[in-house]
Design a protein around this ligand. Structure first.
Ligand SMILES: Nc1nc2c(ncn2[C@@H]2O[C@H](COP(=O)(O)OP(=O)(O)OP(=O)(O)O)[C@@H](O)[C@H]2O)c(=O)[nH]1
Length: 312
């Protein structure tokens, strides 16, 4: 007479070879058997520790009750395919389980369908491996990467700016000019370049010191930035020289803009007194004969010097 094969489902893990039972309980990974309705039928000590439940508590629920709602359809779809024989493969997934304390723990689940000697589905055997540390490290890495990307974006922005005034630097402004030229050649959109230079700025430095001089430059840049639109570009082109790119603007409209800026700016001299200083400007609307950025810029520069000479 041959001994009848004992199914762990009918007999229970405790009913089989004690060595098997001991291995099942002591192995350092969560193990369980789950019936065809998803109910836990055997669970090992590691799984109880990992999830924080008493054995009778876990044996009275289904895996769905301690799974994230969004994970359940995928598991059910695999169970359906597996029971129908459409798939023979394991189901593996890194997922979260609800710990008895109410927090979610990360685990790597691997499940296989066990069939009896006639090929009839009997139960599922699953290993549930604690991967919380890995997941926490992954989250920390994601966070660091995000911080790194933010710092990189900030650095990139800073590399386009003049350190003192926050206006664009020459390199970034030249890029804006090239883009504007491209747009002009594509669609003929009006764009005007304005070149502005403070008059006798050297005297401010000489009379009131460099700190006051710096303050004048910063305040003037702020005025230009405040008066410009998002589509415009404002740059510090050198010591006391500024440039603006006014998008969708004719030379006449740029002139109106400069008139609105006024002819003088006020600044504090540091001893409670206020002084004013004038500035000169020149402009050039982009035309077909401007072959390069330098051609275009030279014309605005010439017009600015003409304005400066006429005001002397
Ligand atoms: N405070 C301060 N001064 C600067 C800075 N960069 C350049 N300068 C000074 O700006 C002054 C520019 O002098 P100039 O080019 O002769 O210009 P200007 O005195 O305005 O004369 P005009 O252009 O003929 O009106 C120089 O004295 C430079 O030292 C800066 O970042 N801060």
């Amino acid at each position: 007479m041959t001994a009848k094969k004992i199914s762990p489902i009918t007999q229970g893990v405790s009913g089989v070879d004690p060595k098997y039972k001991e291995s099942f309980d002591k192995v350092a990974v969560g193990l369980c058997h789950v019936d065809l309705n998803g109910r836990f039928i055997h669970v090992n000590d590691f799984l109880l520790d990992f999830l924080g439940y008493e054995e009778d508590e876990l044996l009275s629920i289904t895996f769905s009750q301690i799974s994230r709602e969004e994970d359940i359809p995928e598991s059910l779809a695999w169970i359906k395919k597996s029971l129908s024989g459409e798939t023979q493969s394991n189901f593996s997934k890194v997922k979260q389980y609800l710990h008895k304390d109410g927090h979610w723990v990360w685990a790597k689940l691997s499940t296989t369908l066990i069939r009896d000697e006639h090929g009839v589905p009997s139960y599922f055997v699953s290993s549930i491996q604690d991967v919380s540390d890995l997941k926490n490290a992954e989250t920390a890495l994601d966070f660091s990467l995000q911080q790194l990307n933010e710092a990189y974006a900030e650095l990139e922005q800073m590399s386009r700016k003049d350190g003192l005034t926050g206006a664009l630097n020459i390199r970034a402004f030249k890029e804006e000019l090239l883009d504007a030229m491209e747009r002009y050649h594509r669609s003929g959109q009006n764009v005007t370049l304005v070149f502005i230079d403070l008059d006798d700025f050297k005297q401010v430095n000489d009379q009131y010191g460099h700190i006051v001089g710096d303050e004048v430059l910063t305040t003037f840049a702020k005025t230009l930035l405040n008066q410009s639109r998002r589509c415009d570009a404002v740059a510090r082109y050198g010591g006391d020289e500024f440039a603006m790119l006014l998008d969708d603007t004719t030379e006449q409209e740029a002139l109106d803009f400069c008139k609105r800026l006024g002819s003088e700016i006020e600044f504090e001299t540091g001893n409670g007194k206020t002084k004013s200083m004038s500035f000169s400007f020149g402009m050039s609307q982009l035309k077909k004969n401007h072959r390069t950025v330098e051609d275009w810029f030279a014309e605005a520069d010439q017009h600015m010097y003409r304005d400066k000479e006429s005001s002397k």
